[in-house]
Design a protein. Sequence first.
Length: 161
Amino acid sequence: MQFIVHEDPVGRTATNYIARADLAPFGLDGQVEQLWLKAVNDGSYEVACIPFSVYGLALGDTVLLNEHDYVSEIVKAAWHRTLRLLFVPGLPPAHLRQAAEAIRAEVNAAGLLSEWNGDRFVAVDVPPNTEPARLFAVMEAAVDAGHAFWEWADVMPFVGA
């Protein structure tokens, strides 16, 4: 089993709970994403990280877990969206560094939250009623140059374990 982990989740606190999401329903057999959660008093949990690979799940969504600590369902959507970008392998280090710095700068300028998985993959939280046009333009330039791929994480619905 391969685990996708969050080294620096945006909602990290001293009392987070860590659960998993099976990625097989999304075509990633044998892979599991480790998700950081914040307990809610009613037995549910709020997502406290920006999902890297799970579809249909976003920062702030309220979820339930099954008996094996896998996310089983979303009980309340926070209506955030996750925008993800992956730089292609083999991109020259100078190009990768320049493109990543441009994305970091636009994420910061827009006041958005993001998480990086290594130096080639970023997930950006886009709250409701937010339209980060300049970030889209920077990401689109990287895609148009053949340096990256991007997607919205809500192109497929969440499927729980």
